[in-house]
Design a protein around this ligand. Structure first.
Ligand code: DC
Length: 223
């Protein structure tokens, strides 16, 4: 593992299936950085909505989000919501269905962004999501935007689902990805977009290792 010298912030955005989470986790390991999975935080607060059947835009949910405590352990592998390990629960279909609606509420985003900025101020970090390069860390030392074709992203997602024995097809998964891209890029608050100063990495024909090596080399050369 190479430790980089000074405090460094690496921000990474991209659509679902672009490889951000896997790449960011591996870069974090290689460079000794804290890994921040921002999507996991939106997923965790979605559990608060599900627990009490609260609509995504209800004032009660906003209050619960303001009062809740989110903490990461094992460098991002484990997420605790009010001291309970919810790492598995945040990946369930119920959360997948609701999270985009919760993530578009400005008051909820405001709370989560504050929390992310606090984590970022504590030390060197690689953070990934949809608005890390634009809103959360606009002055990040390094910014990357990972992308891949819709078909390739659907193939990756299908492989993950098949590994979990979920019975579906490429066409269904592709349609879900297109719908999710539409929600993430057209929402009013903090839509997914490419920061002007981000390096765009098309991962369609690249392995995870190739993308990780490119990012690590770029950071080490320019640090
Ligand atoms: O990356 P993911 O699939 O775990 O993200 C879950 C949802 O949260 C997705 O609908 C986009 C949203 N999200 C967001 O709005 N802003 C972020 N920084 C990260 C995720």
């Amino acid at each position: 593992m190479k430790k980089i010298g000074s405090q460094v912030t690496i921000a990474m955005d991209g659509p679902a299936g672009s490889g951000k989470s896997t790449v960011a986790r591996r870069v974090a390991e290689k460079l000794g950085l804290l890994y921040l999975d921002s999507g996991a935080m939106y997923r965790a607060v979605t559990l608060l909505a599900i627990a009490d059947a609260l609509p995504a835009d209800s004032p009660k949910l906003i209050d619960r989000v303001k009062a809740c405590h989110i903490e990461f352990r094992d460098n991002g592998k484990t997420i605790l919501l009010n001291a309970e390990d919810v790492s598995i629960q945040i990946r369930t279909p119920a959360v997948n269905r609701l999270v985009a609606d919760v993530a578009k509420i400005p008051e909820i985003r405001h709370e989560i962004v504050k929390h992310q900025q606090r984590i970022g101020a504590e030390g060197s970090i690689i953070a990934e999501g949809r608005d890390l390069t634009t809103i959360v860390f606009p002055n990040a030392d390094f910014k990357f935007y990972l992308d891949a074709s819709v078909t390739e992203r659907a193939r990756r997602r299908l492989a993950e689902l098949q590994a979990q024995n979920v019975d579906t097809t490429l066409a269904v998964v592709e349609a879900e990805i297109i719908a999710r891209d539409e929600k993430d890029t057209t929402r009013e608050h903090s839509p997914l977009r490419t920061a002007d100063d981000a390096i765009i990495v098309d991962t369609t024909d690249k392995t995870i290792d190739e993308v990780v090596d490119f990012i690590v080399a770029h950071v080490c050369e320019n640090e």
